[in-house]
Design a binder for this molecule. Structure first.
Ligand code: DON
Length: 566
């Protein structure tokens, strides 16, 4: 009975919102509202967050509810078994970030993923329990609630429990995603049981129930942290670790805690950029790139022209070179934040950029620091009080380590690959690293996640972020440049083609629409290599127009997310 009631409820929320107003739109379309907005990669999770805002909850409440819902309805990246970053700008003007990034287990060691020849064991670092860092998401969402929540915790987690217990309707994209990963899911019994159909395939429109996950979420509801980091959940997780050579212990789980950190903040032209600092490289890299680009009148250069792609790519080479050397967990390595985001350092780099491309191997990380040593998801929330929240969360690859915790129903992350497992050897995103990001027990692995809030006249103007591993930074950068320098509408800024350079490999990656073929010759003459064509980013963005009072939300046209406002 309850099943039917909830089923029709969850379905009818989405159905009602979808057909009754322009306040709930699918990826690529604008949603315009006056009071509040949630943009996420999944329609049900957006609807859950939106209901919280309508109930009078604040943006942090809505972000928490959206986060728990994503763990149920968007298991490719939404998670309990991963980590993330939340950037908050309260209506009062206070800013802060919550760092609930995964950590290396206590018994981790520097060479843990190297075989007898000293090569990285890809299977071990990417798949199964061995790949997982200590999860932070549950602690992060609970910490956010304790600090800023205004509704009861039960109101924020119950929708997720109901969606897991009673099921939700699979969308086309989610059912296809499950089917696409079948060959990887069958490797783990605990995953196969839930995410593989013995015969046939998952289909859009069918009900998908996750009883074990509902039980885990219920333990979190009843016991909060202890429902995940202790008791039955911890028992199930560590048992699976012990049986399969994993590293995470009960002690690791007990010790996990979220860290409140100052955001990295800088002015880009007249706009204030508030973003995630280390252990993410995102905010620093974004600000460093903006600082370099600020030395030129970007709006005078035709958008996505040869000159533009060349200039931005050259700047990015320096940014990613520094990332490889200087960025890591600040609790373990003295990240030279102030120098990296200083305007004077950026102008030194700007002066090195010429009309011809510099070979990446000729570019070394800067030497100005004597005193200091495929899958993620983003969601953006804005409420009627003026609070802004920008969250990026991940289990790293699609479905993380592909292994579900037996009996607990959630995927483990494979975040250990974000460490530099061997100096100079690139990880799955092609990112090399060094001492700053080497494996040390309890250290957080370096991230590229870039949840960002931009203020104009000291009021929230743009809230955005993206998945995409190493490309997150360049994708977020381009949406910002499109909006601020090229004065595009949010719609155009999100629909414009993107490109990417990350120093190594020394190539420009690009999206189809840039028609790079026409520009290829000219770019090659300048010394660039043209790399692969690929989709870049899945941005979930909100733009607030304080003149009209419009709150505009768009989920990236490249994905299947939803913007919901009221
Ligand atoms: O934290 C990071 O930078 C990566 N673990 C993010 C992975 C990611 O974005 C994959 N998604 N497409």
């Amino acid at each position: 009975m309850r099943k039917l009631t909830f089923f029709s409820l969850s379905f009818s929320i989405v159905f009602f919102l979808f057909f009754s107003c322009n306040c709930f739109s699918q990826s690529g379309k604008e949603t315009i509202a006056k009071n509040g907005m949630v943009v996420s990669a999944d329609s049900i999770a957006t609807a859950v967050g939106l209901e919280i805002l309508k109930k009078g909850g604040n943006a942090i409440d809505a972000a928490i509810a959206t986060g728990f819902a994503l763990a149920v309805t968007y298991p490719v990246a939404g998670n309990l078994g991963g980590g993330g970053f939340m950037v908050i700008r309260l209506a009062s003007g206070e800013t802060l970030t919550l760092d609930y990034r995964e950590k290396a287990p206590l018994n981790a060691f520097r060479e843990m993923y190297l075989d007898s020849l000293g090569n990285i064991e890809q299977k071990k670092i990417l798949e199964g329990v061995t790949a997982a860092g200590v999860p932070g998401s549950v602690d992060g969402l609970i910490t956010a609630w304790e600090k800023f929540g205004s509704l009861n915790f039960s109101e924020l987690i119950q929708p997720a429990i109901d969606l897991a217990e009673n099921g939700f309707i699979l969308s086309k994209s989610t059912s296809e995603s499950f089917n696409r990963y079948k060959s990887e899911f069958v490797k783990f019994n605990s995953t196969k049981k839930l995410f593989v159909k013995p015969e046939g395939k998952f289909k859009a429109g069918e009900l998908f129930v996750q009883k074990d996950l509902a039980a885990t979420l219920t333990r979190i509801l009843l016991k909060r942290r202890d429902g995940f980091y202790g008791g039955i959940t911890a028992e199930l997780l560590t048992k699976q670790m012990q049986e399969n050579g994993g590293y995470i212990s009960k002690e690791d789980l007990k010790k996990y805690s979220t860290v409140s950190r100052e955001p990295v903040i800088a002015f880009y032209r007249d706009y204030k950029v508030i973003s995630m600092g280390p252990p993410s490289s995102g905010g620093i890299a974004l600000i460093q790139a903006l600082n370099i680009l600020e030395n030129k009148e970007i709006e005078q250069i035709p958008h996505n022209s040869v000159e533009y792609i060349h200039f931005v790519s050259e700047a990015l080479k320096y940014v990613y070179a520094d990332r490889s050397e200087y960025l890591g967990d600040p609790d373990f390595f003295p990240v030279p934040v102030a120098q990296l985001i200083s305007k004077s350092y950026a102008s030194q780099i700007f002066n090195l950029i010429s009309d011809t491309a510099r070979k990446s191997l000729e570019i070394k990380p800067g030497e100005v620091f004597p005193n200091e040593s495929t899958e993620t998801t983003h969601y953006s929330v804005y409420d009627k009080f003026g609070n802004a929240v920008s969250v990026t969360t991940t289990i790293n690859s699609g479905y993380g380590a592909k292994v579900v915790v037996e009996g607990a129903g959630f995927f483990l992350n494979n975040e250990m690959d974000d460490f530099s497992a061997k100096p100079g050897v690139p990880n799955q995103f092609g990112l090399p690293g060094n001492i700053a990001n080497q494996i040390v027990p309890e250290k957080r692995m370096l991230s590229s996640m870039t949840p960002t809030i931009i203020l104009k006249n000291d009021k929230p103007f743009l809230i955005l972020g993206s998945p995409g591993g190493s490309t997150i930074i360049t994708v977020v950068l381009q949406v910002i440049l499109n909006t601020i320098d090229f004065k595009m509408s949010l719609y155009d800024a999100m629909h414009s083609a993107r490109f990417h350079h990350q120093w190594l490999p020394d190539e420009i990656q690009y999206e189809e629409e840039i028609t790079i073929s026409e520009k290829k010759e000219e770019l090659e003459q300048k010394g660039h290599k043209i790399g692969i064509k690929r989709v870049l980013g899945l941005v979930e963005a909100i733009l607030i127009d304080h003149n009209s009072g419009d709150i505009i939300g768009i989920s990236d046209p490249r994905g299947f997310g939803y913007a919901g406002g009221y």
